[in-house]
Each structure stands twice: as structure tokens, then as C-alpha cells.
Design a binder for this molecule. Structure first.
Ligand code: GLU
Length: 475
């Protein structure tokens, strides 16, 4: 079997994490089988369309490197790739269904349908359109629309690679709409025709379609199609784990993550891990490793929780694995304006110092400002530190003066700075938690920094001493 998967988004808004995950899973399955991955735009619901979303989908896939072999902007034998450009194909298949007696024109007005629904509810049985099927002969020539499928009610059992064996009784089967009154197909009809025409081997899509799957199976039979392999990942849940992830949970548009300096491989690693693991405790995967290890069979059945802290951790881990050259290149757009006068070698050293703590590149200005700018004193830093605020000003000042006296003698080599700082712990009889915190605050005006000696080496003698003096004067 040739593996061919597709990502089939409706252009109804931004690309959310759940959508990207669907695309990623389909892409991974295609790539690991040397198959084809298709982008198909399902734009048959004109009312729900959002301007610009096709471009946004395409851009998101490109940025993430989820390259498709054919799509709206990449010709291929399966095209066209927008459903709105395939209307004649759906109409041809609709005519075949009419000829075989499996589709008919729906003659009812909305009021009539409402009356049927009321009547069924009053009789305590569910409203099914097929119980009210009219005795009319459809005639495509007159374009009587909407066109409905004439279902053959029966029970179904089917296998879903992720959800396992599923089944539904014949009450799940109804005469659903194939072609709407505007001449556009429904998703229910169009995707079945497209997946067949495009020879898709696997349908990977969200849970919202499981309830309709018996209807789809009924239609496949009527058309004489063999259904593709079905794989339905569970929903991505919000951080609380009890409802679907929404924009309100802080989940951003994928392009925002990129703009904030998240790494593509880390984002893909994180998104793949929403519901999938390789059966070991391994958590960090490169893109190639994902292609090697991913399997639909190992996607869990229950919802996967979106935890942004985990994303931060994972992104940090990927940053720590970057080569020095890649690190420089990725960091480039994120330097604060005040860094522009510094030479690349200095920036590189700064970067190596913060690499350990960096969770995304957008943090660079905040984490590195003190390597570049003149600093304004922030008195809050001492008062917010419980250990330092326990000392009085004279004590704090005394400690800083001892540091100043020693550092004035230093050549500011790393070895000498380390030696002097350690000696100061002894001569002042203070723990690092007090002495080093105090020197750190004085020289960086930040509550945290990379290791102190390394930071001072880069800040340099002149600036370090000036900053110590500034803090001493203020005390
Ligand atoms: N157009 C559907 C959606 O965006 C996709 C369903 C599918 O992949 O078949 O929800």
C-alpha cells in the first residue's frame, strides 16, 4: 500500500495546537513510510470562512517544516486542492448516487422539518430524517437541492488505529445532506469523494467526526469505496485537564510561539508528545527521531493536557543542545537594541553564559540587559530578598566594601575572580546566599544571573567596580 495522508483544514481561523498536531501526525506517517502528504483546503462552508486563513495555514506549515507534496500552492496529480474548485467532481458523484437510487432531493421547508422534529420529540423518539423520507423521484436536471443521501440503516463496528474497536447501532444512520442548496457539498460528502479521488490511505482527524463515522461507512458502501484507515487522536485539553484547550488557556497561535523565539524542533517535539510517547521514558526527540519513532498505535486514547511549562522546559532543553553556531544564528533577532554596539565574540560569550537558563529566545533582553546597559538601581531587589533584608544598611554596605576592596586588586580573569569570591566568603563569614546575592544585585540589578564570577568577567572590571560603588553610595 502506498501511504498517502492529508491535512484537510477548513479556513476558519488561526492554526491552533490541535490542528497542528493533526497535521504533524499525518506528516510523520507519510514521511516515515516514504509516502505522500497532501494539503487540502476544505472551504465549502462560505459562512464560516475567515479571510487570510488559507495563507495563515500555509505559512504555519512552512515555518514548521511540515512540507506537503501537493497542495493549493503546489500542483500535483490529486488537484485541485481547494474543495471550492472541485464542485464538478462532487456533482458527478452525486449524479451517480441519484442514478443508483441512493440520493434524493429534499423537498421540505425548514418549517416542515421543524414540525417533524416536534412530532418525534412528542412521541419520545429521536428525530431522524430518514423516517420522513419523501416519496419523490429526484431529478438532477432541475437541480432540486439540497440533495440527501438515502441511507441503509444498519449497525456498524469499525477499527480506529487510535481509539480501538468502535461500534454504533443503526440509530446513528440518517439521510444526511450531500449537496447544500447553494450547490456546495457538505464536509460529510466532499471529504469522502476527495479521499477516494486522491487515494488517501489514512484519515487522521479530530474526535468530532467519530459520531458521524457510521454514516460515512454507509456512504462508502453506497459508493463502492473501501474506507481509508481511520485514526482519531483524542482532543488536546487545557492545562486543567478537564476541558478542550481554548485560546483562553493561553494557547497561542503557532506563529506567535515562533516569533517569541521557540525552536521549531522543540515545538514539534512538544506537540507530538501531546498524546504520544515511544513507550520508553525518552522525552526529547529531534525531528528525525520523531519520524523514526512515531506510531499512531502508540497515541493514547485519553485527552492530552497542554502544559505550557512543559513546553518551556522542552524548548530550554533543545536550546541547550544547540551548537554554538546555531545558537548565535537563532539568537540574532532577539538581542536588545543596546547590544548592537558589541562585537559578535562578546555576544557569543554572553549567550554561552545564559544558554543554560534560556527557555526561549524572547527572554534574551531580560536575561542579558546587564551585560550591555548602564543600570539604574532597583532598591526593591534587596528588600524583596528575605536574607538580605534581614541585614541593616551598614552591614550590607560593609560587605560590599569588602568585596570592592578585593575586586579592585583583581585582574578580572575567571580564575582570579573565583578565587577572590571564595576567599570573601571566608573573610566575611557569610554564606553565598547572602554575599553573592548582594554582589549579584549590585552588579546586575537583577534577582538572578548566570554564575557570578563568569558574569563579572564579562561585565568587566571598570563596570563592575562602578556598579559596586553606585550601590554602596546608595546604601
Ligand atoms: N475540514 C475538517 C476540519 O477542519 C477536517 C476534517 C478532516 O480532516 O477530514 O475540521
Amino acid at each position: 500500500m502506498t501511504v498517502k495522508t492529508r491535512f484537510a483544514p477548513s479556513p476558519t481561523g488561526y492554526m491552533h495546537v490541535g490542528g497542528i498536531r493533526t497535521a504533524l501526525f499525518a506528516w510523520l506517517v507519510a514521511r516515515q513510510n516514504n509516502g505522500r502528504f497532501i494539503l487540502r483546503i476544505e472551504d465549502t462552508d462560505k459562512n464560516r470562512q475567515v479571510e487570510g486563513s488559507i495563507e495563515h495555514i500555509i505559512q504555519s506549515l512552512k515555518v514548521l517544516g511540515l512540507s506537503y507534496d501537493a497542495g493549493p500552492d503546489k500542483p500535483g496529480p490529486e488537484g485541485p486542492f481547494k474543495q471550492s474548485e472541485r464542485l464538478n467532481i462532487y456533482h458527478e458523484w452525486a449524479k451517480k448516487l441519484i442514478s443508483s437510487g441512493r440520493a434524493y432531493a429534499d423537498p421540505y421547508s425548514k418549517e416542515e422539518l421543524d414540525a417533524f422534529r416536534k412530532q418525534d420529540n412528542a412521541n419520545h423518539h429521536p428525530f431522524l430524517y430518514r423516517n420522513h423520507r419523501p416519496e419523490i423521484t429526484p431529478n438532477w436536471e432541475y437541480q432540486v437541492l439540497p440533495l440527501r443521501f438515502k441511507a441503509e440503516p444498519k449497525a456498524y463496528s469499525w477499527h480506529d488505529v487510535i481509539m480501538g474497536d468502535l461500534s454504533a447501532g443503526e440509530e446513528a444512520i440518517d439521510d444526511f445532506i450531500l449537496i447544500k442548496s447553494d450547490g456546495y457539498p457538505t464536509y460529510n460528502f466532499a471529504h469522502i469523494i476527495d479521499d477516494y479521488e486522491m487515494q488517501i490511505s489514512h484519515i487522521i482527524r479530530g474526535q468530532e467526526f467519530i459520531a458521524s463515522t457510521p454514516n460515512y461507512l454507509n456512504l462508502y458502501e453506497a459508493l463502492g469505496f473501501v474506507p481509508p484507515i481511520l485514526a482519531t487522536p483524542p482532543p488536546v485539553l487545557g492545562p486543567s485537564g478537564n476541558k478542550k484547550l481554548s485560546k483562553r488557556d493561553g494557547a497561542k497561535d503557532i506563529l506567535e510561539y515562533i516569533n517569541e523565539g521557540y525552536l521549531v524542533p522543540a515545538l514539534l517535539n512538544f506537540i507530538a508528545s501531546l498524546g504520544w510517547n515511544d513507550g520508553t521514558t525518552k522525552e526529547l526527540f529531534s525531528v528525525d527521531e520523531l519520524i523514526q519513532s512515531f506510531s499512531l498505535e502508540r497515541v493514547g486514547k485519553s485527552g492530552a493536557r497542554f502544559d505550557e511549562r512543559r513546553l518551556l522546559w522542552m524548548n530550554g532543553a533543545h536550546i541547550r543542545n544547540l551548537t554554538p553556531d546555531d545558537l548565535d544564528a537563532m539568537a540574532k533577532p532577539f538581542w536588545p537594541p543596546e547590544a548592537k554596539d558589541y562585537d559578535p565574540a562578546y555576544l557569543h560569550k554572553v549567550l554561552l553564559l545564559v544558554q543554560e537558563r534560556l527557555k526561549y529566545f524572547g527572554e534574551i533582553p531580560e536575561l542579558t540587559r546587564f551585560f550591555f546597559s548602564d543600570l539604574e538601581l532597583n532598591p526593591e531587589l534587596i528588600s524583596a530578598n528575605s536574607k538580605l533584608s534581614a541585614l541593616n544598611k551598614a552591614q550590607l554596605k560593609g560587605l560590599l566594601e569588602q568585596a570592592q576592596a578585593s575586586l579592585e586588586q583583581s585582574d578580572f580573569s575567571l580564575a582570579d575572580l573565583s578565587f577572590r569570591l571564595n576567599s570573601l566568603l571566608e573573610t566575611t563569614a557569610q554564606p553565598a546566599g547572602i554575599l553573592f546575592s548582594l554582589i549579584r544585585i549590585a552588579t546586575t540589578q537583577a534577582p538572578a544571573s548566570p554564575p557570578l564570577a563568569e558574569s563579572l568577567e564579562l561585565i568587566g572590571k571598570e563596570r563592575s567596580l562602578a556598579r559596586l560603588k553606585q550601590q554602596i553610595d546608595a546604601l
